[in-house]
Design a protein. Structure first.
Length: 245
């Protein structure tokens, strides 16, 4: 069976998983461990050099596919159900996906700092397959992982500047929606991507994406969430109407 390698708390991983589930593409789920899991990830990606990242989809036949948008496009081609990259509007969908990535990348600046500062978040950030009895002793791995992410993705910046940029992105989403249920008139990967990207503001509560209390705290940006109740309500509706449990 096909394989999806992910980080359980990563919005990029959720975008890929949602697209696969939307199209009823069968796969097994595997959790990636930053740093320790890099050699195995490279082997699965069949890439000894160059960047490798999750989500990574390894189909039962064919080459591995890296990145949420590429995985979603693959699901559009091989799966069932309505297409997520709308015919004739794929470029518009891709632009909204890029905006979603920008919002998540801003949040990553805050997330890595929160992981490094909070031992409870460190323990919760470890791969789910690690026994609870070992999590305290292994929590330095989470700090190492966050520093690795900071280095790998150049995640750095001041909090106030990050908050301001997030607000501008949310204002752009608000203007584009203008009270409409969907960005492009019908549900597409544009809505999926932006709904998932709202994780940068306040995590969703949904059975398909269970999130522990420490991880929820890690991803919450209260300074921005207080001004985004309308967009969070839109996000919740998109999850409720289109994300299977």
């Amino acid at each position: 069976m096909a394989l999806l390698v992910r980080l359980h708390y990563s919005p990029w991983s959720e975008k890929a998983r949602w697209a696969l589930d939307h199209h009823r593409v069968a796969y097994e789920l595997r959790e990636h461990a930053p740093i320790l899991g890099e050699p195995l990830l490279r082997a699965r990606a069949r890439r000894l050099r160059g960047p490798v990242t999750v989500p990574l989809f390894v189909p039962d036949t064919g080459a591995p596919i890296m990145g949420s948008a590429a995985i979603a496009r693959h699901a559009d081609e091989v799966g069932r159900g309505a297409r997520l990259f709308l015919p004739g509007r794929a470029d518009e969908v891709a632009r909204w996906d890029a905006r979603a990535d920008g919002l998540i990348e801003l949040a990553r600046v805050l997330v890595v700092a929160r992981i490094e500062a909070d031992p409870e978040i460190q323990r919760a950030s470890l791969p789910p397959f690690l026994p609870s009895a070992l999590r305290g002793a292994l929590s330095p791995m989470a700090v190492m992982g966050s520093r690795f992410i900071r280095w790998k993705y150049a995640a750095d910046g001041g909090e106030d500047a990050v908050h301001d940029r997030m607000r501008r992105m949310l204002d752009e989403l608000r203007r584009a929606l203008d009270g409409k249920p969907y960005l492009l008139g019908e549900f597409s990967f544009a809505d999926l991507a932006m709904a998932v990207a709202m994780q940068a503001v306040s995590p969703v509560e949904h059975a398909a994406w269970p999130i522990s209390a420490p991880i929820r705290r890690c991803w919450t940006t209260p300074e921005v969430a207080a001004e985004a109740a309308d967009l969070l309500a839109w996000r919740d509706r998109v999850f409720r109407d289109h994300r299977s449990a």
